[in-house]
Design a protein around this ligand. Sequence first.
Ligand SMILES: Nc1ncnc2c1ncn2[C@@H]1O[C@H](COP(=O)(O)OP(=O)(O)OP(=O)(O)O)[C@@H](O)[C@H]1O
Length: 681
Amino acid sequence: MMDLPAYKPKVDLSEAVGGREIEDDFGGKGIAVVVADRSATLDHDGQQLLQQQTTVGGATVYLTETFYISSKKSTVFEVRLTDKGLCLKKQSNGSTKEQTIPLKDIIGCRCLRSKRRSRGSSSCTCASISSSNRLKVVEESSEEQDESDVSAYLYIYAYILKRNRRGGFRERTTITLRFRSFDRYEDNNREAQKWRAAIKQLVTGEPVQRLTYQPRDSRKMLIILNPKSGSGKAREMFQQRVAPIFAEAEIPYDLHITKKSNWAREFVRQRDVYLWRGIVVVGGDGIFFEVLNGLFEREDWQTAIDELPMGIIPCGSGNGLAKTISFLYEEPFETKPVLASALMVVKGKHSMLDVVRVETRSNIMFSFLSVGWGLISDIDIESERLRAIGGQRFTVWSVHRLISLRTYQGKVSYLPALVSQTNGGGGGGGSNGHYHNGVGTLKHSVSYNTTLNCRDCRGFLGQDGGGTIGSCDACDTNFSDVLSLETGTNLDLFRPRIDSWYSATSRKSTYFSTVDSVYESDKASNDDPLQTGGGANGGGLAPLVQMYGPPSRLPALTAAVPDSWQCIAGEFVMVHAAYQTHLSTDCYFAPESNLKDGIIWLLIIRAGVSRSQLLSFLLGLSSGTHIPVQANEHIQMVPVTAFRIEPAGTNGHMTVDGEKVECGPIQGEIFPSLSKVMVPK
Ligand SMILES: Nc1ncnc2c1ncn2[C@@H]1O[C@H](COP(=O)(O)OP(=O)(O)OP(=O)(O)O)[C@@H](O)[C@H]1O
């Protein structure tokens, strides 16, 4: 064991308020910086257990220190780190107040050093930092560090949940602890690092054992951003609101900006995705759909969806999945959806997510949100022309479509979720139980497992603090992790597998259509597998892409449905199958749904429904009161595990996860808990 440096309490402890002022329960503004008066028991080698744990008020205490708040000499803080959170006990003039910042609200902490000041200004350990001369900090490795201040600063970042009548909101709070008991920065830093390690271990749910912290998974997060999603502000949103949160949580990431439709899909299909710990999309449900389907186009799809949880930070116009997750986990969403979801993805937790395998005449795809035909899909697609007004486009177009109501002839069949499904004919036999990985993977493969490295920088990316960005134009150099702590912290059985390859009827390639699968890169080069004409189409056309994923348990789309299914033929206003509570932020479509219940909620509205019934249906969608309480022959919602829609013509729109697909026969079956989605806890 090394000799411990001598412990010397400082005399003047009354300085330095930095960071953002906060309202706190102590009645004063801000406890942003408190100053370490003495050190706790020290262990140097980074391997030993933290100080002996005690229990106070039912909470396990890992660390305790006394701190003094700057500028209030008579005020003392006892700061305790427990399994409940960071407890700050303030003693001032004989009175005591206590506040605990819940552990679940803390996203991380960082050890920093003070930054060199401009010439002439004083900055030694004993110097006072007035609020007008705010503390500026830098990374320990920065060349701008102030050698004369040997203090180590621990910034603790929390987003405290405040409940109000409208649900609540999260308020950002920074607690800064200044460690300055020793004469050398290294010794003070070791103290700060000990706190950092304990906080990090508690936040990530690891046993609190070590004095230094190393993440269990050092891989970065893959972030894919669609700059065209919603009203086109995803880049700015990310830069201003998301990047700083990743920095605060010390989660490194690689950021890729999509170049065109299907870019993300090809990226995850072709890249070595195991370089990353998870995939976060910044955009709408459409970009999430692309990434999910890109993973199912990999021969190793099973490993990929198992090892890579997916997250979403909503910048689209619908944002059904992001809203569903926040709703189910009671996270405030409406006022700051980006904040809610960013906090969620840095937490590192995930839930299983049901996925529906959808089959049309020419495509196979995997859906996480919905399949629709008629009214809601019409509104979704036709309101595209109002994209500039954001989510309001749905409301405006709903009114329009209600006035000019259309109905569609066809047939709807479904397998009720609560009916015994052991007698499903045609290899049906769907299960309402959870999906087990008893699905053999296809041996035959024609997937293009080539890399889609950026052709300019060859995919080698430069480091940039918390995040990593591309080093060439194609990788978008303009877009860097903008965190600067001076400013950045101021933020407010089945059919054979061949049917995955050939469609049920046309026996053509399943990859959307050849038009959509064309890789339209203006930076094309010969090593681009999508440009060389190596595919079956030859001549530079898009190659064929294999869709993997679990095989269907349903009869072919051209074959009759099993006898156990219910069938309704006639005229319909709409048929919509959903497996999340929300189809968009304000469309609370399937109130009883959850992420992994193995149920598809099938809403059927038949022709003959009155306009007033329809109006009340549409008005009720935002509150989840759209389904008539009394049995209604025109509007019904049925829990099913599989369905088929067979339009008589090609009129009207059909959508999968809000994206338009060909209007024709379509069927879907649920695979419970097939993938993983990031959730807050
Ligand atoms: N760089 C790009 N340029 C043009 N289109 C893109 C680009 N990147 C992705 N896309 C396409 O944009 C479509 C819409 O994307 P996204 O879902 O992110 O936004 P949205 O439609 O506004 O949101 P939501 O789906 O929640 O309504 C997707 O189908 C995707 O294929």
